[in-house]
Each structure stands twice: as C-alpha cells, then as structure tokens.
Design a protein around this ligand. Structure first.
Ligand code: C2E
Ligand code: MG
Ligand code: MG
Length: 509
C-alpha cells in the first residue's frame, strides 16, 4: 500500500491535469516501488500514449481532408472560370481578364478579338456533335498556339472564341488575328475525314472609361462586318459599323413582317423534258418584294432568315403558297397529273418534325396528289449521319412526295450516300455544265457523272442550261431533264400558263 502523503499521488494528479489540458506528450514517472499506484501511473501513461496516437492520426486525417477540400475549392473555382470542353477560359473569366486589362492599361489599351467559326453549324449538322466538339477543341488549341502565354483565350459558348491581349497596339493585334485565321486554313483531321473551318474576327481596342461589355459589343459589331464579307476576314470596330448593324436588324424586322403579310412572292422556273420539250414541272423560287428596296433575291435574304431564326416560318410560307398555286393550275386545267412543283427546303426544315406535319396538312388542305410535289434539298443538308434527318426523310417519303438532291456536285456526296438515301432524283449543279459548249473535255465529264447517278438507280436534272448548244449536247448524251435560262427564266405565276401554252406539239403526248 502507499501512504496518503506519497508524493507520487500529487505527481499523478498533476500528470492527469497536464494530459487533460491537451499535453499528450507528458508522461508520469513510475517509481521503483512498482506497486498499485505505479500500476495506475503506467495505465495512465498507456492511455496517454493511445490518446496521442489517436490524436496524431486524427490530425493527419484532418490534414488530408483539408487538402482535399482545398483542391475541390480550386477545381470549383476553375470550373466556374473554365470552358469544360476546351479547357479555355469561359465568359466570366474573360470579362474578369478584360476588366483587369483595362484597369492596368498604361499607354496602349487592351485589345479583344472576337471570333466566330464560319462553317461550324454545317459541320455540326452534317457530321454530328462528336465531330463538332473535336473541331472546337482543335480550333481552341490552334488559337492558344497562335497567341502569347499572357493573352487570355476563351470560348464564349457555341462556336464563338475571344482573345484578350493586355497591352498591345491594334496593328499588332490584327497581325495575331490574321495568324489565327491562317492557322485555321489547315484541315482538321477527324476520324475518317478532314474538314476545314474558317472564321470571322472582330477587333476592338479598349479606351478610357470603357467597360468589358462595351468592348465585347464593339468586337461583336466588327465581327458581323467580317462575316458579311465572307470567310476569313478581320474587321476593326469603327462607329460607322453601328449603323450597318442597325440597318441589318431593321432588315430582319422587315423580313419578319414580309413573311407574315405576304410580302414575299414566288417565281417559277420550268423544268423541261429534253426529248420532247414538255414542261414537266416548275421550281418555286422565292423573292422578297421589299417596300423600299425593290425585289430582293433569295441568296441575299435566305441566309438572313437562317441567322434570324425565321427560316422555318419562311419555309412554311413557301410550301403553302406553292402548293396552293399548283392547285389553281390544276383546277384551271393548265397542267395535268404529271406536272410537279419543286420546292426548296432548308436544312432546318428537314430537322424539324413539324415540317412533316406541315407537308401533310398542306396536301390535305389542297387535295393535291403528293407525287406532284417534289422537295429539293441541298446536298449538304441531305448528306448527314444524323438519325433525325434520316427519320424526317423517311417520314416525308412516307407521305408520297418526291425528294430531290439539289446542287449535286457541290457538297460531300459520295456514291455510297447516293445509293443509301431515300431520294428519287438529283439536280446537278450548274457549275458542272459551265464549260459545256466551250470546253471540249466537258461532255465526257457530264457523261461520267450521268453514268454514276444512273448506276445508283437515280435520274438527273441538269441545272443552269443557258444555250441551245448545251441543251443539245445534254440531249445527245441521253440526259432526260433540264432547267435553265435557255428554256425560261423564273417567271411570276401569271406567266406560267403562257409558257405551258407555248410548249411544242410533241410535248402533249
Ligand atoms: P437553286 O435551288 O439551285 O435554284 C436555282 C437558282 O439558279 C435560281 O436562283 C435560278 O434563278 C438560277 N438559275 C436557273 N437557271 C439558271 C441559268 O441558266 N443560269 C444561271 N446563272 N442561273 C440560273 P435564285 O432564284 O436566285 O435562287 C437561288 C437559291 O436560293 C436557290 O438555288 C435555292 O437554294 C435558294 N432558294 C430559292 N427559293 C427558296 C425557297 O423558297 N426556300 C429555300 N430554303 N431556298 C430557296
Ligand atoms: Mg433548287
Ligand atoms: Mg440548284
């Protein structure tokens, strides 16, 4: 036994107090006596030892967790500032960088380049989203490689990129911009094929008192000016461009109104049977009768309608107007059951299931036989891996309407596509008969193209025939149908009965 006044008792108490206060390193001395009190002291020391181990483990775990938390926080910060697809900065990171660059600018203001890809939509539509993503990633890499490390490259969403250059002259920035455009000239390799994707760039120089948003807006206006001029352009912002932009939005509003108030008209161009001269049908070609600008041709406003999201509405108007017109000609006995109206369909129409319904409804409303309606789709629109398009094409075919590939020879068609697609005919682009009658080698090319089309079980219409000689050569080669200024220009609907009346006698059999 130990005495009440044993000094070890107070040592034990002190030791426990030290441990309790968190000093887990402290140990209590064990005496020589090795009695019960020493056993308690040893037990307490062991407990302290355990506590210390547990504490250290806990400490380590807390450290690991803290580190993880820190990393997650950084990652989140990065994600909030980063475009996940390309790893480039995103819009908010770009705005931050731009704001900092404006604040830091001394003599030379920061420059922003805003870049939009020219052909991206059609690549994405025709080759699918995976290919589209790959194009965006490659473009991002090329832009990154064309600029300095200190420049901020961002993807603002879709196919829009931006580059902030902290302190640089407009001329220097323009040189970089052109370097970027040049780097996009090289084809982008995708599995099984390569594509080219040009771009349009707008440049804006930051001045005193400008916000990042001002600069972005100016760059955007400049970029539109580049786009309007065609591919691979770079424009600097200048105040005059704001006027151009306003005019353009006015034009979009005018077009919207025109579609809704019958401000559009259709002209019709005959498709002629080469052997007999019979008019086998007409192609409906839309025109815009603008109140102050006069007649505007489709090449000018179809792209505008596409961009402004008006193309489906326009397409529906054309569909209704042309099939109703056909019904009038049928009712007036100007045409028989063999006569067809050809309607140009945009890629957007093909992608909307509503369009199939629209065609069905128009046929029902007018009572026109579906075989008398032929939809013309451009090669680019029709040659897609897209399942939906395939479904739409099937759906349209199911209604009994004819389907024709327009502008054949300008797009990506391959023989395998021609064989697989649910189409009846192809309309060969006029560029393929350009030299017919002047270039002695041309008939052989036309014959070869015709043979290829027939080998796929299809027939061809030859577009853009301008001379008697061209018509004669085509007929001699065994081509069946053609269209072009030589036979007739597109004419307003009231002139179509005259054209029909003027057909040669042989055409009426
Ligand atoms: P497209 O479908 O290939 O139409 C043929 C274009 O070639 C027409 O131009 C026509 O006037 C022109 N053309 C016909 N014969 C000749 C010829 O012998 N020589 C020359 N040099 N040209 C000839 P247009 O009417 O200006 O139409 C241009 C394009 O606009 C059309 O090309 C078509 O892709 C598009 N388009 C026209 N109407 C519509 C429409 O209602 N909807 C849609 N989505 N697109 C349309
Ligand atoms: Mg056409
Ligand atoms: Mg064409």
């Amino acid at each position: 036994m130990f005495a009440d006044n044993d000094p070890r008792l107070s040592q034990l108490l002190e030791g426990i107090v030290r441990l309790a206060s968190g000093d887990l390193n402290s140990r209590i001395n064990v005496s020589e006596a090795r009695d019960e009190l020493d056993a308690i002291i040893m037990g307490t020391n062991l407990l302290a030892e355990d506590l210390q181990i547990i504490y250290e483990e806990l400490e380590q775990r807390v450290q690991v967790r803290t580190q993880l938390l820190h990393e997650a926080h950084l990652e989140m910060q990065k994600m909030a500032m980063q475009d996940p697809l390309t790893g480039l900065a995103n819009r908010s990171a770009l705005i931050d960088a731009l704001r900092a660059a404006i604040e830091d600018s001394a003599d030379e203001g920061p420059v922003i380049l805003l870049m939009d890809l020219d052909a991206f939509k059609s690549i994405n539509d025709s080759l699918g989203h995976t290919a589209g993503d790959q194009v965006l990633v490659t473009v991002g890499e090329r832009v990154r490689a064309a600029v300095r490390d200190t420049d901020v490259v961002a993807r603002l969403g879709g196919d829009e990129f931006a580059i902030v250059m902290p302190a640089v002259s407009a001329d220097q920035a323009a040189i970089v911009g052109h370097r970027i455009l040049a780097s996009l000239n090289d084809p982008i390799e995708l599995p099984g094929r390569s594509v080219r994707c040009g771009a349009s760039i707008g440049l804006s120089v930051g001045g005193a008192g400008q916000t990042p948003e001002d600069m972005l807006m100016e760059a955007d206006v400049a970029m539109y000016a580049s786009k309007a001029e065609g591919q691979n352009r770079l424009h600097r912002f200048e105040p005059g461009l704001l006027l151009v932009r306003r005019l353009r939005s006015q034009l979009v509003e005018d077009l919207r109104t025109a579609i809704r108030t019958d401000g559009l008209t259709l002209h019709y161009q005959p498709v002629v049977e080469l052997g007999s001269g019979r008019i086998e049908g007409v192609e409906a070609l839309v025109r815009w009768n603008h109140p102050t600008r006069g007649l505007i041709m489709p090449d000018e406003f179809i792209p505008l309608a596409e961009e402004a999201g008006l193309i489906s509405e326009l397409g529906l108007w054309v569909l209704r107007a042309s099939v109703r017109q056909l019904r009038e000609w049928i009712a007036g006995q100007f045409v028989d059951q063999r006569f067809s109206v050809r309607i140009n369909i945009s890629a957007t129409d093909l992608q909307s299931l509503q369009f199939i319904e629209d065609v069905r409804n128009v046929l029902k409303e007018t009572g026109v036989r579906p075989e008398q309606v032929v939809l013309e789709l451009t090669e680019v629109a029709i040659v897609k891996g897209n399942e939906l398009d395939r479904y739409s094409l099937g759906g349209l075919r199911g209604l009994g309407v004819g389907i024709e590939i327009d502008d054949f020879g300008t797009g990506y068609s391959s023989i395998s596509y021609l064989r697989r697609l649910p189409v009846d005919r192809v309309k060969v682009d006029r560029s393929l008969i350009d030299g017919l009658g002047t270039d002695p080698g041309q008939p052989a090319l036309v014959a070869a193209v015709l043979q290829l089309i027939r080998a796929c079980g299809l027939e061809a219409v030859w577009e853009g025939v301008e001379t008697a000689e061209q018509a004669e050569i085509l007929r001699g080669l065994g081509c069946l149908s053609a269209q072009g200024y030589y036979f007739s220009r597109p004419v307003p609907p009231d002139q179509v009965p005259d054209l029909l009346a003027a057909q040669p006698e042989s055409a009426n059999q």
